[in-house]
Design a protein around this ligand. Structure first.
Ligand code: GTP
Ligand code: MG
Length: 483
């Protein structure tokens, strides 16, 4: 584990840009009075958890007027003595004060996540709550924000913990049947076992319905534009962002690296990514860019294939390779198509567009909900037909609303966003499937006992009862300074 003991200090409010106030936090010290030499207030008189006005004084100079709060152990975030100094937020000033306190009182600057690690170590937060805090601090979507709060409040942890309690009840029922069934009555214990098992499965199935392979896509949704060179990817990228970010030209291979920019739409922070056009090339740098395009496409939350309608063919190699992964096809240059052009029978939702004028004709799968135009790989096999012709809202708004529809559809089932939780619950599910009916039948008690043992091992990981160092390193590595 990379964290060591001892007193530490950090700025918990971010020091990259000036702000009115910055909060310095000091924890892990034994005696508050040691800070007296730099503070004007008599520290012996301060009231725990109350705000006190005071000054930082060094070599007879007042360095700052501050607010000070003291949280004595164990009633603090970290469970240790914790001092908060609300100072003025100029980054230079903040780093000067941190330097001064560190030197004067032999404090070490905290690593990112170190305060939270201490809270976890002192059992102020469970592992799930730690993950929730991390998600809350980094959330880019309302779903992640809600789930962060849910995890932090311990709501999800309670559910996991209830599963764990139930499996302990099952184990104890089996032990009772083995050793004491005559004393307590076999039927009574079997009934108790059945009741716990039913509750276990009811709770487990609600959690299992929230498991899915979303990767990072709902935490950090990336909308990736891919396609051949000169198709109009950069033109569309600029149109979606509303300003000129990517260079547009009629020279094939203009974009050689990927370019990305965040965009908030309906409170969701999407990241649009423009990529290098796909083509055969001997240029090593361009090859690298193309390989990046493919990687980005494979991890995209929403992939838009951009093709020039004049040259597009459904047997295009890149199209065939990605066809089941495209959420939408944008066929550009529709303004230059001959009027008798056969509109596509593509099996993918698609937009015919004149990007230069932001006008579109939208084709989507025809089905019972034809106007709802469901989007996604599963629907790509449905027949398609025109849904809106020269959609009055234009390509930009139409495409954004399709992206948002996908986000809403996926987040509606409240999927679990953390990979660790998904993995643990999937492993639990596999174990339960492997055991099959044995769990209900309770025929050979020795075997049933080993089954419950296997299930409890999966749950121990989920609840975080025994968390190996690597796992902790992995979780705390993602934290920001000061938390
Ligand atoms: N007439 C017309 N021109 C378009 C349309 N979309 C893009 N263009 C033009 O097509 C050319 C290529 O556009 P870009 O956006 O640079 O294409 P790209 O896909 O980013 O190309 P690379 O970066 O080389 O991969 C530019 O001259 C654009 O102005 C369209 O719908 N109609
Ligand atoms: Mg480009």
């Amino acid at each position: 584990m990379k964290f060591a003991d001892g007193p530490i200090i950090t700025c918990s409010t971010g020091i990259d840009s000036p702000s009115a106030i910055a909060v310095l936090r000091l924890t892990g010290f034994d005696d508050l009075s040691q800070f007296q030499p730099l503070l004007s207030l008599k520290l012996g008189d301060i009231k725990p958890r109350f705000a006190h006005f005071c000054q930082i004084i060094h070599e007879d100079h007042i360095l700052d007027d501050i607010i000070l709060l003291f949280f004595p152990a164990p009633h603090s975030f970290t469970g240790e003595n914790l001092l908060e100094l609300h100072v003025h937020g100029n980054p230079l000033h903040v780093s000067k004060l941190i330097g001064l306190f560190s030197k004067f009182f032999n404090l070490r600057e905290a690593f990112p996540g170190e305060f939270t690690f201490r809270a976890y170590r002192n059992q102020k937060l469970s592992l799930t709550q730690v993950e929730g805090l991390d998600m809350l601090l980094h959330a880019k979507t309302p779903l992640a924000l809600d789930q962060g709060v849910q995890l932090l409040s311990g709501e999800l942890h309670q559910k996991y913990h209830r599963l764990y309690e139930l499996i302990i009840e099952l184990k104890s029922s089996i032990e009772l049947l083995i050793d004491f069934s005559e004393d307590v009555g076999e039927n009574f214990v079997r009934e108790r076992y059945k009741k716990s098992l039913n509750e276990f499965f009811a709770l487990f199935s609600t959690l299992k319905s929230r498991v899915g392979d979303f990767g990072d896509s709902l935490l950090n949704p990336q909308v990736v534009l891919t396609g051949p060179t000169n198709a109009g990817k950069s033109t569309l990228f600029n149109l979606l962002l509303g300003h000129k970010r990517s260079i547009v030209s009629n020279i094939a291979g203009t974009t050689r690296d990927f370019i990305s920019e965040g965009f908030v739409y309906q409170d969701v922070y999407f990241r649009f990514v423009d990529t290098a056009g796909i083509r055969e090339t001997v240029d090593i740098i361009e090859q690298e860019g193309i390989s990046l395009s493919r990687q980005l496409a494979s991890s995209a939350f929403f992939q838009i294939g951009v093709f020039d309608a004049r040259s597009f063919s459904p047997s295009d190699q890149f199209f065939l390779e990605q066809v089941h992964k495209f959420d939408l096809i944008v066929l550009t240059h529709s303004d230059l198509l001959p009027t008798n052009h056969q509109t596509s029978t593509l099996q993918v939702p698609c937009v015919y567009s004149d990007l230069t004028r932001n006008s579109v004709t939208f084709f989507a799968p025809i089905g019972p909900a034809e106007n709802a135009a469901p989007i996604g790989p599963a629907e790509n096999i449905a027949p398609i037909g025109p849904v809106q012709t020269n959609a009055p809202i234009g390509a930009e708004k139409l495409i954004k609303s399709l992206i948002f529809n996908k986000y809403t559809a996926l987040s509606g089932a409240q999927p679990l966003l953390l990979k660790r939780h998904n993995n643990c619950l999937s492993r639990l599910s596999e174990t339960i499937d492997f055991i099959g009916d044995d769990l209900y039948l309770l025929e050979d008690l020795a075997i049933s006992s080993s089954h419950t043992q296997r299930i409890s091992a999966c749950l121990t990981d989920l609840v975080g009862i025994v968390a190996p160092d690597e796992l902790l390193d992995n979780i705390f590595d993602q934290f920001c300074i000061g938390k």
